[in-house]
Design a protein around this ligand. Structure first.
Ligand code: MLT
Length: 404
């Protein structure tokens, strides 16, 4: 008789954004006349930039001719894309990352979930609280998190690093020593960031205790302040302790197109073993590469036209962030984020829980957001709104919220 991976049974409820989608669909079915504005999941709304569309068309045409047709992509990704990434995202920022330390994939969500596979199940993970749920859930599936306490909503073998208003939503070094540290800056869900000096403290700490930092930089394009690092490899010593995850979803609108990459420096080792080799082995065995068409589209992100068009797209979303932030502040809410990130983190009014506010907002303003408690216990009493809607919907949502 076959047996299942019982770790899956430990997972409480369904994936956060699936739960929200279900609730919203139920509401919409019961209220077909209401126009619901979705500012919940961080999904983009602006069309792909013209430079990317041109690259897609060109690549599609290539696939239609025998001389330029492409089959399986190289394991690590096409050289043209890895070279563009190494130059634009690293060399131009003074960071020492080689093209062959970059693994192209179909998105940072998969990589952030899969990366734990190359680590021992005995490793202890440390996560920010609140946190992007994929980091924790995938470690639960792997059997690395111990038992779940529904009262505290915490796992016995996970080190939680609370990110609260008191510490400016920036985690402090944990008391207990972790083996794997998940950090995401600019942060999802709080929209907070840390400075380069603050990140350097984490890099120094990880090197000292022999931990690895899994650094999710998916929202890097939204950084507007000068002292916020765009990559962990701006920090000295990061090559021996950090893995970086990057996405094309948020900077270039690839949520539906799918493209991302992971950087594993060859200096990152456990004893004599390079983590790079393990991930390369995994990639080669389990993955056949992001499609050629997408990788050509990714290359266009780094073209002069692509850069210019995407800067405008980011500015469009950041204007939404301003509309949300200022609108909420005028309405008397306590708000943070939205300056270096497309997420606005607000305190729920009175003593409302995050889910109570979700229901209240949906029923009274027909606006969807994300309950802070869905990201972890320290998110209770908070709520996330995304700036990735259209400008018109964002303005309309804020008008409705003000009238509540
Ligand atoms: C979010 O809303 O937190 C993100 O869109 C989720 C993701 O990028 O997978």
């Amino acid at each position: 008789m076959f047996k299942i991976n019982e770790n899956y049974l430990k997972l409480p409820g369904s994936y956060l954004f699936s739960t929200i989608a279900k609730k919203v669909n139920e509401f919409q079915a019961a209220n077909p006349d209401k126009s619901v504005i979705r500012l919940g999941i961080g999904d983009v709304t602006q069309p792909l930039a013209p430079a990317i569309i041109d690259a897609l068309h060109g690549a599609v045409d290539e696939m239609g001719k025998a001389e330029t047709f492409h089959g399986y992509a190289p394991d690590l990704g096409y050289e043209f894309l890895r070279t563009a990434i190494a130059k634009n995202d690293y060399a131009d920022r003074g960071c020492d990352i080689a093209a062959d330390e970059i693994f192209v994939s179909d998105g940072a969500k998969c990589d952030s979930g899969n990366i734990q596979e190359i680590f021992s199940v005995d490793n202890k993970i440390a996560v920010c609280d609140p946190v992007y749920p994929v980091y924790v859930d995938t470690n639960v599936m792997a059997g690395r998190t111990g038992t779940y306490d529904p009262k505290t909503e915490m796992w016995s073998d996970v080190i939680y690093m609370p990110c609260t208003a008191e510490n400016n939503f920036a985690p402090e070094l944990p008391k207990e020593t972790p083996d794997m540290i998940y950090l995401c800056f600019p942060n999802n869900p709080t929209g907070a960031t840390i400075t380069k000096d603050q990140l350097q403290v984490w890099v120094d700490y990880a090197n000292k205790v022999g931990a690895v930092i899994i650094y999710d930089a998916a929202y890097e394009a939204y950084i507007s302040e000068p002292d916020v690092p765009h990559t962990i490899f701006e920090c000295e010593g990061a090559r021996t302790c950090a893995i970086e995850l990057k996405s094309f979803s948020k900077n270039a609108g690839f949520t539906g197109t799918r493209l991302g990459y992971t950087v594993i420096p060859k200096d990152l080792k456990c004893g004599d073993v390079m983590l790079h080799s393990l991930w390369a082995r995994r990639h080669g065995t389990k993955y056949n590469g992001a499609p050629y068409i997408q990788q050509r589209a990714g290359e266009a992100v780094y073209s002069p036209e692509g850069k210019e068009q995407l800067a405008k797209q980011v500015a469009y979303y950041m204007n939404n962030a301003k509309v949300i932030k200022e609108g909420l502040q005028e309405a008397g809410y306590t708000v943070s984020g939205g300056v270096n990130a497309p997420y606005i983190w607000l305190k729920t009014p009175g003593s409302m829980t995050s889910w109570e506010f979700f229901d209240y907002l949906l029923a009274n303003a027909n606006v969807v957001g994300t309950p802070g408690s869905g990201f972890g216990p320290s998110g209770e009493g908070y709520f996330r709104l995304t700036a990735f809607g259209t400008y018109e919907n964002t303005v309309a949502a804020l008008e409705r919220i003000r009238k509540m």
